[in-house]
Design a protein around this ligand. Sequence first.
Ligand SMILES: Nc1ncnc2c1ncn2[C@@H]1O[C@H](COP(=O)(O)OP(=O)(O)OP(=O)(O)O)[C@@H](O)[C@H]1O
Ligand SMILES: [Mg+2]
Length: 336
Amino acid sequence: MAEDEIKESSSKKKYELLEDLPGVGPATAQKLKEMGYHTIESLAMTTARELEPAGISEKKALGIIETARSSIGVSFIRADELLKMRKNVLRLTSGSKVVDRLVDGGLETQTITEFYGEFGTGKSQICHQLCVNVQLPPERGGLNGAVLYVDTENTFRTERIVSMSKHLGLDPEQVAKNIIYAEAYTSDHQMFLLDNADEVIKENNIKLIIVDSLTAHFRSEYIGREMLAPRQQRLNKHMHKLIGLARAFNAVAVVTNQVMAKPDVFFGDAVHPIGGHIVGHTSHTRIYLRRASHGPIRIARLVSSPYLPEGEEIFKITENGVEDASEEDKTKPRGR
Ligand SMILES: Nc1ncnc2c1ncn2[C@@H]1O[C@H](COP(=O)(O)OP(=O)(O)OP(=O)(O)O)[C@@H](O)[C@H]1O
Ligand SMILES: [Mg+2]
């Protein structure tokens, strides 16, 4: 497995349990677990300051984190090793070949992909489709893995999973069993779920982590200008947690985001995604979705990627899920 390969790139000692780490006794291990650190991977992705509430001195915390990092092979690394880590990046199919091509062969592990767009543009439908696709074998574009689905708007529907699974010839019951679902009731709860997800991810071979929607709770809870700074700070923390999990477990991370109309914009695009720069800079790949007509056709635009050019592709969403659109689909009159 890919994360084993990452681990092998380090010649340092490997630890399995928190208790095994030098400097972590049973009492500290217990405190760390209460704070949501159940695995060496999650410790490797944290900062000394975040360990303060466990009563660990900064010096000791730095030592523990460093050991955890070298144990899973994410210490300072040379660029050639970075390249090796990039080689461990796996790709997950979106269901549409042209959309996959837009993002260089599919959604990548170790980073965050953000889908943003107005209501009904297919953000949640894509999330459902990815839940099914990730369970496919690699030769069909999957990762043979399970899913962690954090749903903030109660829009996850098993019925859709059943239709999409049947269409791909998979056993719907089996597919549904591999989707670990959690509804987040508030932004704090949403953060709590990810902060405590590391063990579930490890035990269930989770290869896809979805937060649908990333921003809805934050948007409704933090109202007014004076709340903007704390909101952005929390969102930033939440997204960094997600990146940490995606990297530690070589998983795909997907978030969705609604757009707001910009009433003061007369030129260019009059919508912008919620969360502004924080979300934009932290999402490695941003895909803007919009409707082409009232039919099943959707347009995916790659808006930002660290290394790919911008571009647009047309796909469709039907009862079967996310698919490539045929020439006939594309030329159907509006309103159909
Ligand atoms: N069973 C189905 N068959 C065909 N199309 C469907 C089916 N279910 C959903 N859709 C399409 O997906 C659309 C809903 O998309 P989705 O829920 O993904 O939007 P969203 O971008 O998540 O919106 P929001 O911002 O409100 O969360 C429907 O309007 C419909 O066009
Ligand atoms: Mg939705």
